[in-house]
Design a protein around this ligand. Structure first.
Ligand SMILES: NC(=O)C1=CN([C@@H]2O[C@H](COP(=O)(O)OP(=O)(O)OC[C@H]3O[C@@H](n4cnc5c(N)ncnc54)[C@H](O)[C@@H]3O)[C@@H](O)[C@H]2O)C=CC1
Ligand SMILES: O=C(O)[C@@H]1CCC=N1
Length: 274
């Protein structure tokens, strides 16, 4: 029988994963999503043909995998409401919530459960996400493979063996899309100062980022070597890169990512973990 997957929450992240799963061949009839209000459920039901339910407990009663996809602020209440049914059913739990550690979630759910923590990112919405995953000791190899399959439906999956490394994943890819969006804003503004129409500068900046990422992924050369290939000696790129290095872009990025990881640790502490 097909693996039955229940999503607690039917918002952005749940919809992205559900859409990816269906595109990669999962049967909609094996997927259920929940939300307290039918208004949230109607769009996912209509779009994907999955089951929906306003009752979390009923939706989990037959599940092999439960994906926790509600906001971190309401996770405690949601998990405590599910503790009875998950202790009976013992599904694999996958949490995509930021800043909530595995032990805290497991305790809210009554303890002793296989649990995978996942840090996704919003490009999952367009099937090009990047997720970091970490399993607790109770997750079997089969369950690991299942978690990989689900998250690969919306992009790249990287496992880390120590949970604190998910803070580093947050700093690289969880929050990372925002760094590139900032670059797009800045490149557009600078392009306009150089005389380009804003939408032209924006399109050129975005296509350049897409091209650079595709090229780097397809190449066996390092980013440093690819960068050197663009920099003709005495040319234009060399001048721009000299400016970025002199302004210590590398140090600025390292400090920003340190601050990001530190905030992830603080959030976990605020919410009852670590
Ligand atoms: N790394 C990242 O960039 C991202 C991480 N996340 C994580 O994913 C999780 C979900 O975020 P979004 O999808 O953006 O939120 P969202 O607000 O779009 O969706 C939350 C869903 O939960 C439902 N909900 C509310 N109370 C509920 C309850 N008691 N029982 C069941 N469902 C309930 C809402 O109706 C809604 O469908 C969060 O924990 C967030 O930390 C989400 C987006 C990006
Ligand atoms: O900014 C945040 O807290 C969440 C976690 C990673 C991306 N968004």
């Amino acid at each position: 029988m097909a693996t039955r997957v229940t999503f607690i929450g039917a918002g952005n992240m749940a919809s992205a994963i559900i859409g990816g799963m269906i595109d990669s061949g999962f049967s909609p009839s094996a997927i259920t999503a929940t939300s307290p209000s039918d208004a949230f459920l109607a769009p996912v039901h209509e779009r994907y043909g999955i089951h929906t339910n306003t009752d979390n407990v009923a939706a989990v009663a037959q599940a092999d995998v439960v994906v926790l996809a509600v906001k971190p602020q309401i996770m405690k209440e949601v998990c405590e409401g599910l503790a009875g049914v998950v202790q009976r059913q013992r599904p694999l739990i996958i949490s995509v919530a930021a800043g909530l550690d595995a032990a805290t979630l497991e305790a809210w759910l009554g303890g002793d459960l296989p649990l995978v923590r996942c840090m996704p990112n919003t490009p999952a919405l367009v099937g090009t996400g990047a997720s970091g995953l970490c399993a607790n000791a109770r997750v079997s190899d089969e369950q690991r493979a299942l978690a990989t399959e689900l998250m690969e439906a919306v992009g790249l999956v990287e496992w880390v063996e120590e949970e604190h490394l998910l803070d580093a994943v947050t700093a690289v890819s969880g929050s990372g899309p925002a760094y590139f969006f900032l670059m797009f804003e800045a490149m557009e503004e600078a392009g306009v100062k150089l005389g380009l129409p804003a939408d032209t500068a924006r399109r050129l900046a975005m296509q350049t980022a897409l091209g650079a990422a595709k090229m780097a992924m397809a190449s066996d050369k390092s980013p440093a070597e690819l960068k050197r290939n663009v920099m003709s000696p005495g040319g234009t790129t060399e001048r721009a890169i000299e400016h970025l290095e002199a302004a210590e872009l590398r140090r600025i990025l390292a400090e920003a990512m340190d601050a990001c990881a530190a905030r992830a640790r603080e959030m976990a502490a605020e919410r009852g973990g670590r």
